[in-house]
Design a protein around this ligand. Structure first.
Ligand code: PMP
Length: 428
């Protein structure tokens, strides 16, 4: 049996940093990443045979837990019928119909293979449909690693953002404006300056890439008004929140809080693939018809709508529609966050938590942060100690303080209790 350390060393020889996605490397928290051998229900098992209660869930997709029997059976059957055809299938149509049924803001949807691809394609579509170039995103929101979206805040409103990554020429992000999340005044100023040139505003309605920060209702209301008035498309990135915070995504929640609310375009990923590479973007028919082959905006994919992935996604979406699914998931999640808050309180630490459906965040800060700079004021060292304290006790939290956490339907009351007990010990 190989140890995690031996595997990491071997991995680093052949894969940059030893990982195929940076946050897996434990750079932020230090230490050796766990190489996962297998998973079952709410648990991960590493190369050394250690068991962990999993609060990452593959960064969101595993809402039913690992190896759900119905999903597994659907995947097995689909795989036996063929991995990929590069031709249309009935199952893609069925999945598209299922998604549209649950997300009334969309009349048509296109399936792709990753959240990055979906967000990038939605931006191209927004630009193509409006004939405009500029876009707004918010600091702390992540929409995948397409060039135009890898931008950090510029120094002021008149200036546009700077690339966050080497290899992205400044000209490529010259049309991307980065604003502070939940800041209405800046939003109004940006629209006053650039309104007629704005193709779209892309937002994580509950931002899971800065842990867990909700867009306030006044902010979302104003954002919707400004987009409508200026003819810019409001694009909801629900890669993380979609079918995770509730059956109708974050847009379902805002529609309850803001009469008549709906985004123009939406981007989904993670849960809609149930752990397989699958993502989607969609919106009104007239906008979606701008896509090739019916329209001039090009977009394509060899593995798009993959038959095994769509089987996995469909089976997952069917399961989460069982009566009471989200109520039970939300309750379990709240029992976790309440337990963590109590542990922190007993340890005399500043702490705040929030959750929605099966997604949660916690901060060694009080009150809850409203934007990225506030999130990043967290004491990194305390978070890292807590992370490792929990990991040693068999609880696998996200290895960075700016990541959200996920509870699945496979997490039991006993799992939550064990987690809270571990937190009491780790915080002591
Ligand atoms: N948007 C959001 C909100 C995300 O959280 C992520 C990934 N964490 C992406 C887009 C990119 O998705 P993917 O990693 O599948 O490319």
């Amino acid at each position: 049996m190989s140890t995690n350390a031996a595997l990491f060393e071997r991995a680093q020889r052949v894969i940059p940093g030893g990982v195929n996605s940076p946050v897996r490397a434990f750079r932020a928290v230090g230490g050796t990443p766990r190489f996962i051998h297998r998973a079952e229900g709410a648990y991960l098992f590493d190369a050394e045979g250690r068991r962990y209660i999993d609060y990452i869930g593959s960064w969101g997709p595993m809402i039913l837990g690992h190896g759900h029997p119905t999903v597994l059976e659907a995947v097995r059957k689909a795989a036996a019928d063929g991995f990929s055809f590069g031709a249309p299938t009935e199952r893609e149509v069925e999945l598209a119909e299922e998604i549209l049924k649950l997300v009334p803001s969309m009349e048509q949807v296109r399936l792709v293979s990753s959240g990055t691809e979906a967000a990038m394609s939605a931006i191209r579509l927004a630009r193509g449909a409006t004939g405009r170039a500029k876009l707004i995103k918010f600091e702390g929101c992540y929409h995948g690693h397409a060039d135009a979206l890898l931008v950090k805040a510029g120094s002021g409103l008149a200036t546009f953002g700077n690339p966050t990554s080497a290899g992205v020429p400044p000209e490529v992000v010259q049309h991307t404006l980065v604003l502070e999340y939940n800041n209405i005044a800046l939003l109004e100023e940006a629209f006053a300056l650039h309104g007629p040139d704005l193709a779209c505003v892309m937002i994580e309605p509950i931002a899971g890439n800065m842990n867990f920060v909700r867009a306030s209702v006044p902010f979302m209301t104003r954002l919707r008004e400004l987009c409508s008035r200026h003819g810019a498309l409001l694009v909801f990135d629900e890669v993380m929140t979609g079918f995770r915070v509730g059956l109708h995504g974050a847009q379902g929640l805002y529609a309850k809080l803001i009469p008549g609310f709906r985004p123009d375009l939406s981007v989904f990923g993670k849960v809609i693939g149930g752990g397989m590479p699958l993502a989607a973007f969609g919106g009104p028919r007239d906008v979606m018809q701008q896509l090739a082959p019916t329209g001039p905006v090009y977009q394509a994919g060899t593995l798009s709508g993959n038959p095994v992935a769509t089987a996995c996604g469909l089976a997952t979406l069917k399961e989460i529609q069982r009566p009471g699914f989200f109520e039970a998931l939300a309750k379990r999640t709240r029992s976790l966050t309440a337990g963590l808050a109590q542990a922190a309180q007993q340890a005399g630490l500043a702490f705040s938590v929030d959750s929605e459906g099966g997604m949660f965040g916690f901060f060694f800060l009080d009150p809850l942060p409203q934007h990225y700079q506030q999130v990043m004021a967290t004491d990194q060292a305390s978070f890292n100690r807590f992370f490792h304290g929990m990991l040693e006790r068999g609880v696998y939290l996200a290895p960075a303080l700016y990541e959200a956490g996920f509870v699945s339907a496979a997490h039991t009351a006993a799992d939550v209790e064990a987690t809270v007990n571990a937190a009491h010990e780790a915080l002591r």
